[in-house]
Ligand binder design. Sequence first.
Ligand SMILES: Nc1ncnc2c1ncn2[C@@H]1O[C@H](COP(=O)(O)OP(=O)(O)O)[C@@H](O)[C@H]1O
Ligand SMILES: [Mg+2]
Length: 523
Amino acid sequence: MRLKLIVQVSLITGIVLLFTSALFGYFNISSLKQAFLKSAVSDLDHLGETIFRAVFHQMLKNDRKAIQVTIGEVGAGKGIERIRILNREGVVAFSTRKSEIGTTIDKKKAPACMNCHDTGVVREKASPLVHSRMFLDSNGVKVLGMIRPIYNESKCWTGDCHAHSRTDRFLGLLDITISADPMLSMIRNYRNNTVVQIFFLILSISLCLTLLTKRLVIQPVHTLLEHTRAVGKGIWSFVHSVPGDELGELAEAFNDMTNKLKKNRDEMDEWAATLETRVEERTREIKEMQSVLVRTEKLASLGELVAGIAHELNNPLTGIMIHASLIADDSRLDEDLAEDCRTVLHEASRCSNIVRELLDFARISDSQKELQPISEAIGRTIALIEHNVDFKEIEIILEYEPDLPDIMMDASQIEQVLVNIMINSGQAMPHGGRLLIKIGVGDTQDHLYIRIEDSGCGISGENLEKLFDPFFSTKGHKGTGLGLSVSYGIIQSHSGEIKVESELGVGTVFTIILPLAGGDSNI
Ligand SMILES: Nc1ncnc2c1ncn2[C@@H]1O[C@H](COP(=O)(O)OP(=O)(O)O)[C@@H](O)[C@H]1O
Ligand SMILES: [Mg+2]
């Protein structure tokens, strides 16, 4: 069975206090008893001395009647039980109890004699304590007795009676017994008082300790326990802590722990809540990376093929165009045939355009890069396109931050990208519109962006996926479908990125991102 802390503290304190107090009381009362006994024996010794002095002259005169009277009078005093004088043979010569006068005490058997005669050798000049004894007298009363030897003195053998010879050591004994009751009742009273005092001491100390333990330990521990249980159930409660003692520190540590637990829990909850969107985001990123990879591979293999074909086609096409042009200009040709010939010339020049774009596409990797201002490249591009028929009804707005950093680039290639994108925008706004071009440095300060926004027809989600594929075009025989794939390759060779956002009927935004010199090229 497990006892509560407060019961344990009270029990252990009580037992320890009881034990130490009992020990203290025992030694205290014992030493008091000894002190009382010594004092009583000393009083008895003085009484013996007084009696002896009182009867000494009567003894010298051998006035036995007077001795008996003196003993009787002194013996009538309060608390004195008995006074008697024994001669050397142990015969009671005088006594306050007249009945025993003349009787003989056997010194080898009487308990009173044993203090001095127990070893066979008589203890002379011993302390009064040795000659004293406590015993129950014939009336059943506890008494304190003392035997005082009467030594032979010169006056005794020079006296008139000459009763004693000079060689005698002892002449007799004076035996006094007094009641031990006053002393014993005093000791009893003292013992009772001590017991009561110890009882109240133990009671008050135990009470104080119990109350203090309850207030200083049990209550704070209970509070902590309640809070711990609450935290276990997910209720984030905090303990009111008073710094100073160990329990205060414990409460502070508890609050600290609760705080950390709460933070971790919140993070976990948030993590769980956003896990789905994170997974979706990551999946989208992976898909994007995959499509970039596929597109790059496609471009690379296509580049090799295209370079070969374009090269081979270029010469015959030039021949066709020269001859078609010569025939078309011949005055001998009638007008119908001349018109057909011009159609051949037009289609051949379209083929030549395609071949040129294909060659551009194949030549992307051998670019000549150097640090140049982007604003100049933009300026040249706008100057080139604004005279184009497609841009008649279009408002071109250019916004850029002053002091833009220079970019490591092949200016003619970047211009080609800008032309491709802007021409597409122009073609997407056949009834006019607005082309907004913004240039700036990115938030992370490691790249530059060129944002080209038009208010054209927009691109469907389905087409957006195929936008950068070579030969993807929605313009029929008017488009080659190579502009954006060439642009994509160029920006990639500049370690940049090209992004597109579009909404059907609203417009399209192309964003080109180019790394700044010293920045991370892998944007
Ligand atoms: N700004 C734009 N607005 C709408 N559609 C666009 C835009 N830019 C490109 N496109 C679409 O992307 C296709 C591919 O463009 P591109 O590679 O330049 O080839 P082309 O212009 O020869 O068709 C275009 O046919 C067109 O459908
Ligand atoms: Mg185009």
